[in-house]
Design a binder for this molecule. Structure first.
Ligand code: NAD
Length: 488
């Protein structure tokens, strides 16, 4: 299969002139393509073209932008099969999950195409009857989008769709691990004015250059806490706007009120929430807190269901879980498991490589008796691992859920209204899912409390992340005000 490896700068496809990146298929460990990063001059050119395109795009009435953004959604759907195949080659996840991702991208563009033409601010009550006051929401200018590898297109679209809808132009950088799916988007943006969207490849250096670039007014970042902090510092040092989506360690609480049938469902829901995309989801469930009354039944249902999951070739439609993205990522996860086991944890199922000679396969793992202070229960794992912990009460479950410096998402299974209301009020996380793990909604904000993020994507909150508010105060009368000088 031939891959697009050129960058999109100012509407032109150009070969990168910077450092080379090799893209590996994690299922086979073969190098599938080589991509040259953007050189410093090429990044400058991308920023310059986004700046040049900015006035026209910013001034375009929402009603004219809407069909162009809808056109992006249509173009994504037309290329869904090819884009899904590229993502599966780069990341190793099952093809059906990659196809879902393309559809979610298109849906995000559809959503913002409509939202962006419905308002650009609000009317506020004036101070005096002769006056009229409004808040006008304006684009920042040029937005830099820095994206990780785990959902390369979705996490780009969650930035790009609202940024464009708000009237910004953009320079986008995918992860060095997954540049191909992003570079394949050049055609998708063909109907937009040249320079509105620029696609560059590169590793951390290029990301840092974007964060520090004086021609970029706002940086929207998704990735690890450590990198997000660097991006935040770079932006703060030059007072650029910034939106940070970072790591998580999401809790999953199972209450005893759900009954035996509920326990079965919550075990399957928990396995999906922990193992989706081989556990490489920022909102993966990574800590299970299960009420003592149902703990044994829950663990046994979870283990039995896990044993039925098919780990294998991501191109095979029967596969549930493909390989992890890289040897490094797999190694980090295995190290956390081994440390927990050495400290007394019990590995009930998983941990092997699915009998494969090649590929970064890791069979999904379920552990119990994990020491409370082990990394497996305190640090982000980002792999297919479910540590299950018994809790004596809802108080204990909520206390444990809130005990870390992360606050991205949280799941609760309960049928009890009092428990539901306590959890939705007391659990400190940007998304709280009751009885339906990990379901995002374009109309609802996504983001984290504490170390998991600053700002929100999606919803009207995600549009405002890319808009500057201007207060306009008008008086219909020209007169001397009685609060001016002289005071005496
Ligand atoms: P990462 O932080 O290593 O890289 C993310 C992006 O930042 C990449 O494009 C990388 O090239 C770039 N980068 C690296 N160094 C940089 C620097 N100094 N300045 C600017 N950019 C730089 O993360 P990753 O390994 O690609 O992704 C996994 C992480 O992403 C996990 O921690 C996961 O939780 C997080 N994540 C968060 C969300 C969310 O919405 N909160 C979603 C998905 C993934």
């Amino acid at each position: 299969m031939g891959y697009e490896t050129r960058l999109l700068i100012g509407g032109e496809m150009v070969e990168g002139e910077g450092a080379g990146l090799e893209v590996e298929n994690p299922a086979t460990e073969e190098t599938v393509a080589a991509v040259a990063s953007a050189s410093a001059e090429q990044l400058d050119a991308a920023v310059a073209s986004a700046r040049a395109a900015s006035p026209e795009w910013a001034a375009m009435p929402g009603v004219d932008r809407t069909p162009l953004l809808r056109g992006v959604a249509t173009a994504l759907r037309e290329r869904a099969e090819a884009l899904a195949a590229i993502m599966t080659t780069e990341i190793g996840r099952p093809l059906s999950e990659s196809a879902d991702e393309v559809e979610w991208c298109a849906a995000c563009f559809d959503y913002y195409a409509e939202v962006a033409r419905s308002e650009i601010g609000r009317v506020i009550p004036p101070i005096e009857s002769s006056q009229f006051a409004v808040v006008v929401k304006e684009p920042h200018g040029v937005v830099g989008c820095i994206v990780p590898w785990n959902f390369p297109l979705l996490l780009l679209c969650w930035k790009l769709a609202p940024a464009l809808a708000a009237g910004n132009t953009a320079v986008c950088k995918p992860s060095e691990i997954t540049p191909l799916s992003t570079l394949a988007l050049a055609d998708v943006f063909a109907e937009l004015p040249a320079g509105t969207v620029n696609l560059v490849a590169g590793a951390g250096e290029t990301g840092a250059a974007i964060s520090n670039h004086s021609g970029i007014d706002c940086v929207a970042f998704t990735g690890s806490v450590a990198t997000g902090r660097k991006v935040g510092i770079a932006c703060a040092s030059r007072n650029a706007r910034v939106n940070l989506e970072m790591g998580g360690k999401d809790p999953f609480i199972v209450c005893s009120d759900i009954g035996p049938e509920g326990v079965e469902v919550a075990a399957r829901g928990g396995a999906w929430a922990a193992f989706l995309n081989a556990g490489q989801v920022c909102t993966s469930s990574e800590r299970f807190y299960v009420m003592e009354d149902v703990y044994d039944d829950y663990v046994s249902a979870f283990v039995e269901h896990t044993k039925t999951l098919v780990v294998g070739d991501p191109l095979d439609p029967k596969t549930d879980i493909g390989p992890m993205v890289s040897a490094i990522q797999r190694g980090k996860v295995v190290a956390q498991i081994e440390a927990a086991v050495a400290a007394g944890a019990e590995l009930l199922v998983g941990g092997g490589n699915a009998g494969r000679e090649r590929g970064h396969y890791l069979e999904p793992c379920v552990l119990t008796s994990v020491p409370e202070d082990s990394d497996l229960l305190t640090e982000e794992t980002f792999g297919p691992v479910a540590p299950i912990v018994p809790v004596a009460s809802l108080d204990e479950a909520i206390e444990k859920a809130n005990s870390l410096d992360f606050g991205l998402g949280a799941n609760i299974y309960t049928r009890d209204l009092r428990t539901t209301i306590r959890c939705l009020k007391e659990v400190r996380a940007g998304s709280v899912w009751i009885n339906d793990p990990l379901t995002d909604n374009d109309a609802g904000p996504f983001g984290g409390f504490k170390n998991s993020g600053i700002g929100r994507e999606l919803g009207t909150e995600g549009l405002d992340a890319f808009r500057e508010a201007k207060h306009v105060h008008m008086d219909s009368v020209i007169e001397v005000k009685d609060w001016w000088y002289p005071y005496g």
